[in-house]
Write a protein that binds this ligand. Structure first.
Ligand SMILES: *Cc1c(COP(=O)(O)O)cnc(C)c1O
Length: 422
């Protein structure tokens, strides 16, 4: 019996259709190269916690204050997750119940704001996230979102003067630092100082870089005066799909945020996911996770180098974190959507992405966004990453996916997805 069959023994017998879909996805993940910078591979231990009987339990409320009985072990597991999260990020308070990154942000907004209040966040076309007030979200109808962005797209420097002026003029209650398509580090100190100078809460959304912060390869906003931090747990942090809100030291803020998440927004917490979060946080304390976080950044730099050598324009000129945003339309004449499709055919998964001041439509933008969190989990070195980048360029320049498919498959075989990160 294959490993997959033993792992899904009952499912395979009972529901062949669902089993087949899962089997197909496992094969796709093993054979291709995952360059979507928000994705990763979790350990078998994280998967086992997710598949546990904790999914059967209703635990509305918080440890020690539940609406239902039978909470001996759910309290234990949620406290473990909270304590580890606090230690990992240097926070006094942690809410580990948000079902995802979007829920964490919405919970934080409702905890910190009244309807109609203003949030000053990063321009979406300069790297901000949908949940930072994109007009298609309902949250944008409840709060008033205003924007800051880059001063110079070539270097990625944020226009901190404009940020300060907008803060003075708009009097936001929250100044938000965070992004999902920005390849540089923010000056956390400047942003938190500006927030506090107008009496706003400084909130960081570190959904993408939480694992890099935990592993010490990116700065921790809490060290620069930030008050609140939201994150996903499944991106660089390499845990189960979910979210989390951390509060540096204000008990008053923490209480409001707890109330906003439950009963304000969510019902029963997904305790199996919370157990898996605890397991992932446990893994993030290991020295090997520090090495991982460092390698993620070094691998991204190696990929950027190859693009640089070939004259491909990268937004901000390169990368200081785990992701790269490249103007493939401007540099190679291929729209982002076509690049995504060609690379997919070659066995590389990434996404098309709008670039700052994009001249093309959002559904068919100029750029592609890719990164190294998942391939680094597979053990890719800088040399492997240079090879991947050269293969990407070959596909994009020749518009022929077959030119690279065999080599990409060989790279995937050379680095199988690991089951543990001890
Ligand atoms: C991914 C992301 C989110 C949303 O997380 P989900 O788990 O998909 O809801 C929020 N903020 C940022 C900056 C992100 O990158």
């Amino acid at each position: 019996m294959s490993k997959l069959t033993t792992m899904y023994e009952f499912l395979k017998k009972q529901d062949e259709e669902v089993f087949q879909a899962i089997e197909g996805e496992e094969k796709r993940q093993a054979e291709g190269l995952e360059l979507i910078p928000s994705e990763n591979y979790v350990s078998r231990a994280v998967k086992e916690a997710m598949a546990s009987s904790l999914t059967n339990k209703y635990s509305e409320g918080y440890p020690g204050k539940r609406y239902y009985g039978g909470q001996e072990f759910t309290d234990q597991v949620e406290r473990l997750a909270q304590d580890r999260a606090k230690k990992l990020f240097g926070a006094a308070f942690a809410n580990v119940q948000p079902l995802g990154g979007a829920n964490a942000n919405i919970g934080a907004y409702f905890g910190l704001l009244e309807p109609g209040d203003t949030v000053l966040g990063m321009d979406l076309s300069h790297g901000g996230h949908l949940t930072h007030g994109h007009p298609v979200t309902y949250i944008s109808k409840i709060f008033n979102f205003v924007r800051y962005g880059m001063k110079d797209v070539a270097t990625g420097e944020i226009d901190y003067d404009a940020l300060a002026e907008t803060a003075k003029r708009e009097k936001p209650k929250v100044v938000l630092g965070g992004f999902s398509a920005y390849p540089r580090e923010l000056d956390w100190k400047k942003i938190s100082d500006i927030a506090h100078s107008v009496g706003a809460v400084a909130m960081a959304d570190v959904a993408h870089i939480a694992g890099l912060i935990a592993g010490g390869s990116q700065k921790n906003p809490f060290d620069y005066g930030f008050d609140v931090m939201t994150t996903t747990t499944h991106k660089t942090l390499r845990g189960p799909r979910g979210g989390m809100i951390l509060v540096r030291d204000s008990e008053e803020i923490a209480k409001k945020i707890d109330k906003a998440i439950f009963p304000g927004l969510q019902g029963g917490p997904h305790m199996h996911q919370i157990a898996a979060k605890a397991v992932a946080f446990g893994e993030a304390f290991r020295p090997s996770f520090k090495d991982y976080a460092k390698q993620v950044v070094e691998n991204a730099a190696a990929m950027a180098e190859v693009f640089q050598e070939h004259g491909v324009r990268m937004i901000t000129g390169g990368t200081s974190n785990h992701l790269i945003l490249a103007d493939v339309f401007g540099s190679l004449g291929i729209p982002g959507g076509e690049a995504e499709k060609l690379l997919d055919e070659a066995g590389i998964t990434l996404n098309k992405n709008a670039i700052a001041d994009d001249t093309r439509k959002p559904m068919d933008p100029s750029g592609i966004r890719f990164g190294t969190p998942a391939i680094t989990t597979r053990g890719f070195t800088e040399e492997d990453c240079r090879e991947v980048t050269r293969l990407m360029l070959k596909v994009l320049k020749t518009k022929d996916a077959s030119a690279a498919r065999t080599k990409i498959k060989a790279l995937a075989e050379k680095h199988p997805i690991p089951e543990s990160f001890a």
